[in-house]
Design a protein around this ligand. Structure first.
Ligand SMILES: Nc1nc2c(ncn2[C@@H]2O[C@H](COP(=O)(O)OP(=O)(O)OP(=O)(O)O)[C@@H](O)[C@H]2O)c(=O)[nH]1
Ligand SMILES: [Mg+2]
Length: 372
């Protein structure tokens, strides 16, 4: 997973680590010693009175004393800086800048949106420039990777990590059924994802029904029924062309009468530009009053999926995302883009076509994966 994105960060981290190794200890030491020499000379000149015979005044000799006393402090400071320079390495700005330019290009190539790449590179650059690495005995590679990790986590720090199973188990304690609506354009993976979530909830001991609210696409109802048959989950349906909102209401009243915990609603795929279908989605949302609405994002579509999600959220509330087809998506970058731009939690990643192919998403896990 995320092979290309991992490679981009691996190359960058390696180059930064090499920079740290290349930094010459002697260069830094000489530089600081040079500064120290100048500072000492200035102080001594100031301390020597210009016309000694006129300076019987006790306050002047006191000032001279003071200056004398400053010398050891100054020498201490110089000594400290020299030993710091010997002990630690810092990176020069222009070299880091060059490497950051390379990282930016690679991120954009991995589908990270331009403004997001800029933001990431900015934070990474600042973190690296403030990084002091011990010259001796430190695991430079690890320290560099940690700095990059901190930078990435900082960029996505406002996005909450939400454990879907924890959230839904809390919701189901408060009310039942819990209604979860799945949204997204054609082919993004809504129906497959609903089946995966149904499988997961059933395995956790909950009862589930599917609402076949895609009454539009030929074969959509049968596709959901086939999953229902395999998973032992009932599908509430009407005929093709029926009002999807009515199907949802049917499914909710069925669940209420049978004491079923979850209603998972499959909706028809629709392009965000189709105003009539988007209005219809708004109606389904209003009628269903879902406890959770999940935008299913196809990772392969990268920034296109981002634009779609932005428009969707003008029509209905989106509580979180499930990003599908990550198994076939070595670039990995759209995940960063979704997080940074939408600021919504990603509940899961879809990683294949089997029911088990769903990974709970956590920001730190993701960042660790790409910096592995
Ligand atoms: N490799 C891979 N394929 C997936 C994943 N999720 C879904 N798919 C495949 O994507 C295709 C479309 O999935 P569907 O679940 O039918 O998509 P949909 O959003 O319901 O599509 P519509 O009903 O047409 O709107 C199918 O071939 C799925 O098997 C995933 O995580 N990985
Ligand atoms: Mg579908």
């Amino acid at each position: 997973m995320f092979k290309k994105l991992k490679e981009a960060f691996r190359q960058f981290a390696n180059s930064i680590t090499s920079l740290f190794r290349e930094e010459k200890q002697t260069e830094r030491t000489e530089e600081v010693q040079g500064e120290g020499k100048t500072a000492t000379t200035v102080t001594v000149q100031q301390a020597v009175p210009a016309a000694p015979q006129l300076q019987q005044d006790i306050s002047i000799s006191a000032r001279i004393e003071e200056k004398r006393e400053e010398k050891p402090h100054l020498l201490q400071r110089i000594a400290q800086r020299v030993s710091e320079a010997i002990a630690y390495t810092k990176l020069s700005e222009d070299k880091v800048e060059k490497l950051c330019e390379g990282l930016f290009t690679q991120l954009v190539e991995c589908d990270v949106a331009v403004e997001v790449s800029e933001q990431i590179v900015e934070v990474v650059r600042n973190k690296l420039l403030s990084l002091k690495i011990p010259r001796f005995g430190a695991d430079k590679d690890k320290l560099v990777k940690n700095a990059i990790k901190e930078a990435l986590l900082e960029v996505i720090k406002d996005v909450p990590d939400v454990d879907f199973m924890e959230l839904t188990s809390k919701l189901v304690e408060e009310r039942s059924p819990v209604v979860v609506l799945f949204l997204g354009p054609n082919g993004y993976g809504k129906t497959t994802t609903i089946a995966k979530i149904g499988y997961l909830l059933k395995n956790s001991g909950y009862s589930v029904v599917f609402a076949a609210a895609d009454t539009f696409r030929a074969g959509a109802i049968e596709q959901l029924e086939e999953h229902g048959r395999r998973l032992g989950i009932k599908v509430i349906k009407q005929r093709y062309g029926a009002d999807p909102a009515a199907v949802v209401l049917d499914a909710i009243s069925h669940a209420e009468s049978k004491g079923i915990d979850f209603v998972l609603v499959d909706t028809a795929g629709r392009m965000h530009t189709d105003v009539n279908l988007m209005d219809e989605l708004r109606k389904i949302y209003r009628v269903a009053e879902p406890d959770l609405s999940v935008f299913v994002a196809d990772a392969l579509l990268g920034n296109e999926a981002l634009e779609v999600a932005k428009t969707y959220s003008k029509y209905v509330n989106i509580d979180g995302l499930i990003v599908t087809k990550v198994d076939a998506y070595p670039k990995g970058g759209s995940i960063l883009t979704f997080l940074v731009v939408l600021r919504k939690p990603i509940f899961f990643l879809g990683t294949g076509q089997n029911y088990e192919d769903l990974i709970p998403f956590k920001k730190e896990w993701f960042v660790n994966q790409i910096l592995e």
